[in-house]
Design a protein around this ligand. Structure first.
Ligand code: SF4
Length: 280
C-alpha cells in the first residue's frame, strides 16, 4: 500500500528530504513530533523581536527600543508550551535572554532599521507546483530605493563557511521562486542576515535562470517523493546531522525500528517549522 503524499513542500522539508529521506518520512508523512531545543526557541524569539521592531515607526527603531521589544518577545515565548516543555533552569533562562540580547545588538551592526521599508513581515506565500503546494514564510519583504523587492531571511545560527555558502543559498532561491510566482515579481535581491558569532549578510541577485532552475529541482524532488511514497521506500542517509536527529532511536542505521516510532510517538498535525533549524 502506498504511503500518503505530504500536503506541501517548504524549504525545510526540501532540505530534510535531500539530507535524509527517512527523516523526511518520519517528519512530513508520519508527522512524528520533533522536540524543540533552546537554540530553536531562541531563534523564534529573536525573529519576533525584529518583527516587532519593524512594526514601529522608523524613528522609533532604536537599539534601546529593540531591547524592550526583545523583553516582550521573551515574555511571550516563556508562556508557550514549547518553552515550558524544555524545563529550562534559572541559569539557562538567564543565558537564553542574554544570548538573544546579544543577537539583537549584533543586528544593529549589520543595518540601520530606520532605513528599512518593509511591506511584509513573517509573510506566508504558497503556490501550486504540479500536484503539490509549495510554501514558505518570508521573514521580511521590503522595497529598495528603485521599488524592487528585497527578501531578508534572519539566521540565528553560525554563518556558513565559504564552502557551505552555495548550499545555504538554496532556500534563498526558493523564496525568489515564491515571490515571482505569487507576487508576479522576481526580487531584485535576497539576503541572509546572520546574527550569530561573526555577524554578516550574504546577498544574492536571483535571475530568471536561477528561479527556473529552482522550479526544475522542486519538480524533480516532488517526483522523487511521489516515487518513494508509492514504493514505501524512504532510506536512511547517515551523516553528521544524525547527531541532531529526533528519530535516531528509531533509525535502522543505528539499530532502531521505524515502526516502533509510530507506535510510541503520538503524531502531530503541526507543520514542520521553517524557523526550527538550529543552524538556520
Ligand atoms: S538518524 Fe540519520 S540516517 Fe537516521 S533518520 Fe535520522 S538523519 Fe536519517
Amino acid at each position: 500500500m502506498a504511503l500518503p503524499l505530504p500536503t506541501s513542500l517548504s524549504p525545510s522539508k526540501v532540505s530534510t528530504f535531500k539530507d535524509c529521506a527517512l527523516a523526511f518520512r518520519f517528519s512530513a508523512i508520519d508527522k512524528l513530533p520533533e522536540p524543540t531545543s533552546l537554540p530553536a526557541v531562541k531563534g523564534t524569539t529573536v525573529h519576533r523581536a525584529l518583527e516587532l521592531l519593524l512594526l514601529e515607526a522608523p524613528q522609533r527603531r532604536t537599539p534601546e527600543r529593540a531591547q524592550q521589544l526583545l523583553s516582550m518577545a521573551v515574555d511571550e515565548i516563556r508562556a508557550t508550551d514549547e518553552y515550558l516543555s524544555l524545563e529550562v533552569t534559572d541559569d539557562e533562562a538567564l543565558a537564553f535572554a542574554s544570548d538573544a540580547a546579544v543577537m539583537v545588538e549584533r543586528y544593529f551592526t549589520l543595518e540601520d532599521p530606520r532605513r528599512v521599508a518593509p511591506i511584509g513581515l513573517e509573510l506566508m506565500l504558497s503556490t501550486e507546483l504540479g500536484a503539490t503546494t509549495v510554501r514558505g514564510i518570508i521573514d521580511r519583504l521590503e522595497l529598495d530605493a528603485d521599488g524592487g523587492f528585497v527578501v531578508t531571511d534572519y539566521k540565528t545560527g553560525r554563518a556558513p563557511s565559504e564552502r557551505q555558502e552555495q548550499s545555504r543559498l538554496g532556500g534563498v532561491h526558493f523564496y525568489a521562486f515564491l515571490c515571482e510566482r505569487v507576487l508576479g515579481t522576481r526580487p531584485s535581491r535576497i539576503q541572509l542576515m546572520y546574527l550569530g558569532a561573526q555577524p554578516q549578510v550574504i546577498s544574492v541577485v536571483p535571475t530568471a535562470r536561477s528561479t527556473q532552475g529552482l522550479e526544475r529541482r522542486l519538480g524533480a524532488i516532488w517526483t522523487a517523493v511521489e516515487k518513494a511514497c508509492e514504493n514505501e521506500d524512504f532510506r536512511p542517509k547517515p551523516s553528521a546531522l544524525c547527531n541532531w536527529c529526533s528519530f535516531k532511536a528509531y533509525c535502522p542505521a543505528f539499530g532502531g525500528d521505524p515502526s516502533a516510532a509510530r507506535i510510541e510517538l503520538p503524531t502531530t498535525s503541526e507543520p514542520v517549522g521553517d524557523h526550527a533549524a538550529v543552524a538556520g
